[in-house]
Design a protein around this ligand. Structure first.
Ligand SMILES: [Zn+2]
Length: 106
């Protein structure tokens, strides 16, 4: 990793969050594999479909965050361009928006 990032977040902090995201991505991928495995129980199908959708969405958000880390756009609100506070990113590493923008989105 030789990309130099400018901004409030230092490289070590980003590396730590990247590890968190990567671990989460792997966990969710494993979960998706389990969920999509056919158990032959039709009674579970509805719950399962909802879980699969949620897991896929989560994977997409994580992949998106990792992509933004790679291109240097990570930690900046995708709507207003304000820096997202580190505390928020530590709680929600895949956050795309700052708190006010997230709330406005509903
Ligand atoms: Zn914003």
């Amino acid at each position: 990793m030789s990309t130099e990032l400018h901004g409030a977040h230092d490289q070590q902090w980003l590396t730590r969050l990247r590890t968190t995201l990567t671990t989460e991505f792997e966990a969710q991928t494993a979960r998706l594999t389990e969920l999509t495995a056919d158990t032959g129980d039709p009674g579970e199908a509805h719950t399962r479909a909802a879980l699969i959708a949620a897991t896929r969405q989560s994977l997409a958000q994580i992949a998106d965050a990792l992509g933004r880390m790679a291109d240097g756009g990570y930690g900046t609100c995708a709507r207003c361009g304000t820096g997202i506070p580190s505390e928020r990113l530590e709680v929600l590493p895949h956050a795309r928006y700052c708190v006010p923008c997230q709330q406005r989105q509903g």
